[in-house]
Design a protein around this ligand. Structure first.
Ligand code: ADP
Length: 257
């Protein structure tokens, strides 16, 4: 299988705190990568860097056919970059869709409008086509009958499934999930993980930050354990989770299992 994502030498500091150090990663098309690691190890920053919500200091990332060498991206004051770099970053950002820990839905829009806003306003797709696609996505995440509600009328799990559908509505090549179930009541976690399992089965390429080790064991093709901003260990779950080679990985797993 060819790699949809190739990362090399990715680094990011906040002040003098180096949060990502020389990260390398390959994600085959159609595979699921789960990122495990202690709090503060850099997992969220890695996802935000992959989506260029955070501009890395250096390193190269290719997602599908868009490659960015971040050492050549030069944000000025307020994070602004020159026009040509901004165009490249916009194309790069469009390759991935992010699902956040808390869904970040527009509170004053209906569920359906939350899904059509990006495709219509940003991608300039016809409203009728975007609406039809949004209804299909809502059916896929089990919320066909909630289209006209507002986010506050839904449970946390339903809101999160809308968040997933909204990311899918922009048709990204890669889906990034940042602890999608960690803000949910335990009884709502299963439905969200169920939707993610379905997406994996459909062959979507996904990178998932989560502490759900069982999900990782059952769904991940690759597990990345990061600590202190570095990849400590990576491989299939049968190796990294069931038979970790590094002491730091063993200590972490003992703590969360
Ligand atoms: P994780 O997701 O593994 O918990 P994060 O990527 O959120 O870790 O954070 C890694 C480190 O980077 C933490 O020490 C955090 O405080 C720091 N950090 C994250 N974002 C910022 C920021 N915008 N400014 C300064 N420090 C940050």
């Amino acid at each position: 299988m060819s790699d949809l994502v190739q990362v090399s030498g990715l680094a990011k500091s906040f002040g003098d705190h180096m949060v990502l150090k020389d990260i390398a990663l390959r994600v085959p098309a159609g595979s699921v990568t789960v990122v495990l690691g202690p709090s503060g190890s850099g997992k969220t920053t890695l996802l935000r860097a992959l989506n260029a919500l955070e501009i890395p200091d250096s390193g190269t990332v290719r997602i599908a056919d868009v490659e960015v060498d971040f050492s050549k991206i030069t944000p000025g004051r307020g994070g602004r970059v020159p026009k040509q770099q901004a165009r490249l970053l916009a194309r790069y950002r469009a390759q991935s869709g992010m699902v956040f820990q808390s869904h970040n839905l527009f509170p004053h829009r209906t569920v359906l409008q939350n899904l059509t806003e990006g495709p219509v306003v940003v991608q300039k797709r016809p409203t009728a086509e975007a609406t039809a696609a949004a209804r299909e996505l809502l059916a896929k995440v089990g919320l066909a009958d909630q289209a006209d509600k507002h986010p506050f009328q839904l449970s946390g799990g339903q809101q999160q499934r809308v968040g997933i559908a909204r990311a899918l509505a922009l048709r990204p090549e890669l889906l990034l999930f940042d602890e999608p179930t960690s803000a949910l009541d335990p009884e709502l976690v299963g439905d969200v993980l169920g939707v993610m399992r379905d997406l994996a089965q459909e062959g979507r390429t996904m990178i998932v930050v989560t502490h759900e080790v069982r999900f990782a064991q059952q769904v991940a093709d690759q597990v990345l354990f990061i600590d202190g901003g570095s990849v400590v260990e990576s491989g299939p779950p049968s190796q990294v989770i069931a038979d970790p080679q590094q002491e730091r990985t063993r200590t972490f797993l003992r703590r969360i299992l």
